[in-house]
Design a protein around this ligand. Structure first.
Ligand code: NAD
Length: 247
């Protein structure tokens, strides 16, 4: 086993409160590209669809794009081995919580339960006026979804550009980062704020940091203790094998 993977396994086994911090990269091998970069979603779609002002002005146009990306396309995606290993580690008590920037529901689908969705999720639709929520899967998105109480156009329950972080997820993420003695960062550039401030906050509170990414990120040279260069699924499977050999 690679020496750094070995060190990561030991850290996971001997830490008291390990959290994972995940970004778009963990879902790449489920077929969901990140937003930015050469093959990113924004090379194909107009990010204006997620601008709140634009959404209210042109809900029909915005919903066309939102449905295609977040329901037709994301809807096909299944959790990959990296999501599944995290869920397994949670069952074994080796991961206490996952803070995710993703809105694709794949941690829940994989079986993880303590998941703090920093940017919300696409599972629910919410009325921007009365806050009533409905399950997206139970809604016919071939029509513009309307609130049955106040008839406003529903929006996905993830944050659009310029919207605040959901209060509960923010509070739980900060609490978890305070308690953590180990953070496993998977597939995040660390460029989206305020999410990117969570791992450094944990580090300030004494946590060690393992990072998994095929490329270096803004965390790598600053807070990362062990950098495991590679794809999330491959590295997470190596880690699980390493853990199985030791327990
Ligand atoms: P990002 O798009 O900024 O960066 C993705 C990172 O993943 C990069 O560092 C890249 O090197 C890495 N990566 C690529 N392939 C990987 C793999 N196979 N294994 C591990 N890492 C891999 O991602 P971000 O920092 O999460 O920020 C983007 C924002 O876009 C977030 O706010 C997120 O909510 C949102 N987003 C979410 C999804 C989703 O829900 N799946 C998809 C696209 C964007």
């Amino acid at each position: 086993m690679d020496e750094n993977v070995q060190k990561a396994v030991d850290l996971i086994l001997y830490s008291e409160y390990t959290i994972a911090f995940t970004g778009a990269g963990i879902s790449v091998e489920s077929g969901i590209p990140p937003f930015r970069g050469e093959n990113g979603l924004w090379s194909k779609y107009d990010p204006n669809a997620l601008d709140l002002g634009n959404f209210h002005l042109n809900p029909v146009e915005a919903w066309k794009v939102i449905k295609e990306i977040f329901y037709d396309f994301f809807g096909e995606a299944k959790p990959n081995d990296a999501h599944l290993v995290l869920a397994e580690l949670e069952k074994q008590g080796l991961v206490k919580a996952i803070i995710t920037q993703n809105i694709d529901n794949l941690h829940y689908d994989a079986g993880s339960r303590e998941v703090y969705e920093f940017h919300g999720n696409s599972r629910m639709l919410v009325c921007p006026y009365c806050d009533k929520k409905v399950v997206a899967e139970e809604t016919d998105l071939n029509y513009i979804p309307l609130c049955d109480k106040c008839h406003a156009v529903l929006k996905p329950d993830f944050i659009f550009f310029g919207e605040g972080i959901p209060e509960e997820a923010y509070k739980k993420s900060v609490e978890a980062a305070q308690k953590a003695d180990l953070v496993i960062i998977i597939g995040s550039t660390g460029e989206v704020v305020p999410a990117a401030s969570i791992p450094p906050f944990a580090k300030q509170n004494g946590a060690k940091v393992i990072e998994i990414n095929p490329e270096e990120s803004s965390f790598t040279g600053s807070i990362t203790d062990i950098f495991l260069k590679g794809k999330a699924t491959e590295v997470m499977k190596e880690i699980l094998n390493g853990i199985k050999q030791k327990i």
